[in-house]
Design a protein around this ligand. Structure first.
Ligand code: 5AD
Ligand code: SF4
Length: 481
């Protein structure tokens, strides 16, 4: 992992440690938060012990993810005595809000993703307080709200634990977190957010409550960022959003498919990916764009969640199994073979054995190259909370296992068919112990391969690899020389 600092400023800088949980959206948000902190005069460090400021960018998609941050906060609470400050960012911050201060009083900053634009002001407030020095003047300074939405509530108290700065009020914003200071961690492949928030309100999902309302960036600004990345040597771009298909250019210039095609035509860009798609907004024009522009990767992640119409309706997904399969048929009629992956939730309230069997049959019918499977986890605020007929955890676990076994068999036979063919791999690294290089195909498959003794490959380069073996989750090959 790269550690970021402003090289001009030396070792005297304030230091921060940031740990990220959750999805790619969070990973990319963290890159922007790191860039912002560095611009504000901080230096990133690798351990909690080295840091003045400890930040967690959190995920609340399922209960397990949410609990992680509270464990971390408990583990490191004692470090507050050394004057270290703690901040909680992201989805748990937005969801739990000021309750975090009750549960973990050593936290001084709670900020949801829709408020990251105001981070510089919040950091300035935080900076004005010395946790070790409980002189009233210091804490009072934290309490004096500066500009923006950041709020401090440590007014005039000697209890330094009451330094409480929040960024929680921006979920209705129309603005995206655009910054020129993104600290990307990989020099070859980078994310660009095109749309933030979500207006879909699927019955199980917390994201519309944690990430706020849907808002798109202009396609011009996305393209400018893509060109800038190409100039810096990036060759792969991944367009990000909770639901990229409902992208709406505020300037009205380009549809999502047109934006996708335009990014794929930026000179120097060899691969473009996008995630996540929602079947409801997934148009045929996306498949046509993939057909027309070679740089668009032949992979689509299209979460289905369930194969049962009754469950899809209860989930408020607003499509039927047949409508979903229609989109799959568009992809299967594309010129290139498009690899399809999905997400499935098992044990949604009231899901019967028969309904679960419909999900299993859908896996057979589609032939996915990868399935992310989740046990339904009740989340705060979501409509599904009020549904009866919770499925016992043991039964959810059984269905999860059955689904994973079925999918493993499907992948075992699907991956076999690549044996004998040649695929282009982007070199990601080397597994020294196995003597193999690690590559990724345009279809997003891992392709581990050997090279003739003595050959050295550049990370981020593209090489042809002949496939000689397959596993359920990866391919094995040898470099074509
Ligand atoms: N319980 C279980 N899985 C969930 N997901 C979203 N919310 C929940 C929940 N409450 C899954 C969905 C989504 C993926 C990112 O996480 O499958 O597509
Ligand atoms: Fe988790 Fe969803 Fe938040 Fe990403 S957006 S961190 S998946 S809750």
């Amino acid at each position: 992992m790269g550690l970021y600092s402003n090289h001009m400023s030396g070792d005297s800088l304030k230091t921060f440690y940031l740990e990220t949980f959750g999805c790619q959206m969070n990973v990319h948000d963290s890159e922007k938060v790191i860039g912002t902190l560095v611009h504000e005069g901080y230096r990133q460090v690798q351990t909690v012990e080295q840091a003045d400021l400890i930040l967690y960018n959190t995920c609340s998609i399922r209960d397990k993810a949410e609990q992680k941050v509270f464990h971390r906060l408990a583990d490191f609470k004692k470090l507050q005595a050394q004057g270290k400050k703690f901040g909680v960012l992201g989805c748990v911050a937005q969801q739990e809000g000021e309750k975090i201060f009750e549960r973990a009083p050593h936290v001084s900053l709670v900020c949801g993703s829709a408020s990251y634009r105001n981070l510089p002001q919040m950091l300035a407030q935080l900076d004005a307080v010395d946790i070790r020095d409980s002189h009233p003047a210091n804490t009072a300074r934290a309490g004096a709200p500066s500009t923006g939405k950041a709020r401090g509530s440590g007014l005039g108290t000697r209890d330094s634990q009451l330094v409480r700065i929040t960024g929680l009020d921006d979920r209705e914003t129309d603005e995206c977190f655009e910054t020129e200071f993104t600290a990307r961690t990989n020099p070859h492949r980078g994310y660009i957010t095109i749309i933030e928030g979500c207006d879909k309100f699927c019955a199980y999902c917390v994201v519309p409550f944690t990430r706020g309302k849907e808002r798109s960036r202009t396609s011009d600004s996305v393209l400018a960022e893509a060109r800038q990345m190409a100039d810096l040597g990036y060759t792969e771009i991944q367009l990000l959003g909770q639901n990229v298909n409902s992208y709406k250019d505020p300037a009205g210039k380009r549809s999502f498919a047109e934006l996708l095609a335009a990014v794929g035509e930026v000179p120097g860009i060899r691969r473009v990916r996008f995630t996540t798609s929602h079947p409801r907004d997934f148009g045929r024009d996306i498949v046509e764009a993939i057909d027309a522009v070679p740089a668009l990767c032949d992979h689509v992640h299209l979460p289905v969640q369930s194969g049962s119409d009754r469950v899809l309706d209860a989930m408020q997904r607003l499509y039927t199994r047949d409508q979903y399969l229609e989109r799959i048929a568009w992809m299967k009629s594309a010129k290139r073979e498009i690899s399809i992956t999905t997400d499935v939730i098992v044990g949604f309230p009231g899901e019967t054995e028969e309904e679960f069997a419909q999900t299993l049959s859908l896996l057979d019918e589609v032939g996915y190259d990868g399935v992310f499977t989740f046990k339904y986890s009740p989340r705060p605020n979501t409509p599904a909370l009020s549904l009866d007929d919770a499925i016992p955890d043991q039964e959810k676990a059984r269905r999860l296992e059955a689904l994973m076994t079925a999918q493993k068999n499907i992948q075992t036979s699907r991956y076999k068919k690549y044996i004998g063919g040649t695929l282009e791999a982007m070199v990601e690294g080397k597994n020294e112990s196995r003597g193999q290089w690690i590559g990724r195909t345009s279809q997003n498959k891992t392709l581990n391969f050997t090279v003739p003794q003595g050959s050295l490959l550049g990370i981020g380069s593209y090489v042809p690899v002949r496939v000689i073996g397959s596993f359920p989750n990866s391919l094995l090959g040898e470099l074509v020389v």
